[in-house]
Design a binder for this molecule. Structure first.
Ligand SMILES: [Fe+2]
Length: 262
């Protein structure tokens, strides 16, 4: 693909977002949140691909995937008024279907189209699919990293903002009570990712977000995570118990280890 293709995709995406703008302030806030998120994920992607010294062709593909990864969020929200996939549709699958339906990628080579469609489709899957080719898996890994690095920002802004100005769809409607669910910390000690279906409180959700460090793939991503101090900043919104402090130390040690590996 060429740089001009990316310019065209950016314009298409901006127009597509605008087509969902609405007079309802609540809905508009949620739409802008996703448009903003996309811009940030693109920036994260540029940083990661730069640090990895990818060639121009791969850099352009990666940025296109970043631009389109959440394209399904817009029709999802328009139809269901939620970003909760379990209450609506899988937004990765819907995004990929949207790109096909709108015939956006037609100027690209078949292989490039496949890489983009599969990466959008699986960017939000619980785990990386095993039956894809190596190239596709590489890009799925990239988008999952670039995406998470901005989802952490979105959540921190949500936790840090006063109730009235929160974008309502962010907290998944989980109760903001002091508890977290028994046994959930053992998932982190197993270096696994906490499952959405196991969430009962907002604290569980914060712990799930912390468990995403085990799903980061590239060294530059761990570097960015550390620079932005995400672990400490999320930890500040959890109950300050000894149990939590311990799990935070465990997570930070894991990140340190990953930074030492070349
Ligand atoms: Fe997404």
């Amino acid at each position: 693909m060429k740089h001009d293709d990316l310019i065209f995709f950016r314009q298409w995406f901006a127009d597509y977002c605008k087509s969902f703008y609405t007079d309802d302030p609540e809905d508009q806030k949620n739409i802008l949140l996703k448009e903003d998120h996309t811009i940030n994920v693109c920036e994260n992607m540029v940083r990661i691909t730069g640090d990895l010294l990818l060639d121009e062709e791969r850099t352009l593909l990666a940025e296109t995937i970043a631009l389109f990864h959440d394209v399904g969020r817009f029709p999802q929200y328009a139809r269901f008024k939620t970003f909760r996939d379990s209450d609506s549709v899988n937004h990765g699958v819907l995004g990929s279907a949207t790109l096909i339906e709108k015939r956006i990628l037609q100027s690209l080579a078949r292989d490039d189209q496949d890489i983009i469609l599969e990466s959008v489709r699986f960017h939000n899957a619980f785990s990386i699919p095993k039956n894809e080719n190596e190239d596709i898996i590489f890009f799925i890994r990239l988008i999952r990293d670039a995406d998470k690095l901005d989802i952490w920002r979105v959540f921190l802004e949500y936790y840090e903002s006063p109730d009235g100005s929160k974008a309502s769809a962010v907290g998944l409607g989980l109760p903001d009570v002091p508890e977290y669910t028994d046994g959930i910390l053992s998932v982190i000690y197993d270096k696994q990712i906490i499952r959405l279906v196991d969430l009962k409180t907002l604290n569980d959700f914060k712990l799930l977000q912390l468990s995403w460090v085990f799903d980061l793939n590239f060294r530059p991503s761990f570097q960015i995570l550390k620079e932005r101090d995400y672990i400490n900043r999320i930890a500040a919104h959890l109950p300050q118990t000894e149990e939590i402090n311990k799990v935070i130390v465990f997570l930070k040690e894991y990140v340190q280890e990953k930074l030492l590996v070349k």
